[in-house]
Design a protein. Structure first.
Length: 274
């Protein structure tokens, strides 16, 4: 199939009959529909399979094989769509600090995109797991910004010419990642993806992380720990007991077609942290 056919199928999956105009309203709608349609998932790194990130491989995996992906896949595919629709957009990278100090010098292992509309700059991200923002965020302001889910804000780190993304969760502001606007080449993404998918210290290697948003809630899976996080009530959590439960959840809740080999049962038998 041609790139045009791929883009048409992509838009169909997002609920569009024809290409929308490159406006802020479209960007907001595309991002929300994407994070509620295509799951963030690390099945490949759980099963220690290669994660190719050339665009044809990503499109095959997500659009045709019934899978999701992580930032190097989902944000690349989303950026290609934005560019084809006429948006002024390019990829950038960042350092994940979620769960640790917001000034930590972690590896540069996150990919997102910078979009400029009528001279105003925004970041858009459809590949940050359970805390992915569901709306684009204006870059050059430190004001709290509403999204379709939690509030977010950005702060500028003048000494390093970088930005920190924060989310308000349960009344507390948590740092998610630090990024700058440095132009990236394909090799930069390849190096980051190689680390994430193969390095022994990667939080993804041999681990399962899955997330999908829905109106007013977030579904997350961390190995065998499944949770539904609501905006206005306590989270619901449960522990999966076997590979059959896991496969059913991936299929029915996250919309993922589970690869046959190697099996999830073997991965679970390997001893996930509980």
């Amino acid at each position: 199939m041609t790139r045009l056919n791929h883009s048409h199928l992509y838009l169909q999956r997002l609920g569009y009959d024809s290409p929308p105009p490159p406006t802020l309203a479209t960007l907001r709608d595309l991002q929300l529909r994407h994070v509620c349609t295509f799951a963030f998932e690390s099945l490949s790194t759980l099963l220690r399979l290669p994660v190719p990130i050339d665009l044809p491989s990503v499109e095959q995996k997500v659009l045709f094989d019934g899978r999701g992906g992580y930032c190097y896949e989902l944000n690349q595919m989303f950026l290609a769509l934005l560019q084809e629709l006429g948006f002024e957009a390019r990829g950038i990278t960042g350092r994940v600090v979620m769960g640790g100090p917001p000034d930590a010098r972690t590896a540069r292992t996150h990919r997102l995109s910078l979009v400029t509309l009528d001279g105003v700059r925004y970041i858009t991200d459809v590949g940050f797991g359970g805390m992915v923002p569901s709306s684009p965020l204006q870059l050059d302001t430190e004001a709290v910004q509403a999204t379709a889910h939690e509030p977010y804000r950005l702060t500028f780190n003048a000494g390093e010419n970088s930005y920190t993304l924060w989310a308000e969760v349960a009344g507390e502001w948590r740092g998610l990642y630090v990024f700058d606007l440095q132009v990236q080449g394909a090799i930069d993404y390849e190096i980051g993806n190689w680390y994430v998918s193969t390095h022994p210290n990667s939080p993804f290697l041999g681990q399962l992380k899955v997330a999908l948003l829905a109106p007013g809630k977030r579904h997350t899976l961390n190995n065998a720990h499944y949770a539904i996080h609501f905006l206005d009530q306590p989270s619901e959590k449960r522990l999966l007991n076997n590979a059959q439960e896991l496969t059913a959840l991936l299929r029915d809740t996250f919309g993922i077609r589970v690869p046959v080999q190697p099996s999830l049962a073997q991965a679970m038998a390997g001893g996930w942290p509980t």
